[in-house]
Design a protein around this ligand. Sequence first.
Ligand code: GLA
Length: 372
Amino acid sequence: MGWNSWNTFGPKVTEADVRGTADFFVEHGLRDLGYHYLVIDDFWEADQRVDGRLTWNPETFPGGIPALADYLHERGLKLGIYSCCGTHTCGGKPGSYRYEEIDARTFAEWGVDYLKYDGCFHPPGADMKQSYRRMGQALRNSGRDIVYSLCNWGLGDVWTWGGQVGGHLWRTTGDIQDNWNSIVKIGFRAQKELAPYAAPGRWNDPDMLVVGMRGKGNAEVIHGHEGQGCTDDEYRSHFALWCLLAAPLMIGCDVRRMDEVAAGILSNRALIAVNQDPLGIQATCIGAHRNVEAWAKPLADGSIAAGLFNLGPGPQKTAPLAWETLGLPETTACCVTELFTGEVRGRWTRCYSSGEIPSHGCEVLRIVPQPA
Ligand code: GLA
């Protein structure tokens, strides 16, 4: 759990943004909810290496990365940084190809706790898996505990080998955008077959959260236009699905400017608990009726988290969610609570019947079997 600069700040990220975000995390309780990693994405780097080493852009990061790491550590937060397995980063800055050992050592010396490692400008013909493996080894050799986040957009079915090369999480798709179609494509569609590959310490990553961006993302910075963003219901469904998927929760909006609705979604303790559940199981789609998909996963205490997501254009009721599809005996009485509202929906046997679900909205349930 944490934050990443890319979705909102893109190439314009500065040290002041990272410090300001850290201050906000501490003052407004995001740190205490578990959001610990602040990751500076591409464009922190200077245009050239100095004495063979990566260094920061002195104009946008005047205090330097080590001082920034200290600033975060003093506040109980962790620093993430970005590089690329190719000769250049996606933004054209120096990449780590064949500099893996020295770069990993440099990051460790600076006090970096997390590396997002991208896949641009990889030399044609070279084996990308080997390049990711070299950085994995270099991070282990660095003597510092550094989370290794692979970002090759799912190429070569990275979920089948990301863990073997030392990765703790791996991007499974291209970049998310702040609109509903993107959430459907990256979340509901692309994750359907991936549950078997997730487990504690090795996670599928469907990319960062767009909750709260409201169309003010880097699409504007890069392409010069402002998007529409998502509706409240769409942001709710996005967050709920990522929680059920046991996906990394990396906030992508400018938290200093987010509205109350977005803050409420990102701070929902019941959903965060589903995301952070110690079993670390990624939800699967257990059924669909009309436009409503049901996703569910078992939790460590014997209860089940389930989401009913209306992907259709209008409000809808859906077929009852049958205990059979959840692997529960029909006769089990369960207490059902909706996690966005906190409403207890009562005791149910055999199945649960939802209310009407708004277009692109959801009900997220914790289904707790009661002792007989
Ligand atoms: C790629 C990644 C993004 C971001 C940019 C930075 O597109 O997928 O998440 O890191 O590069 O240039």
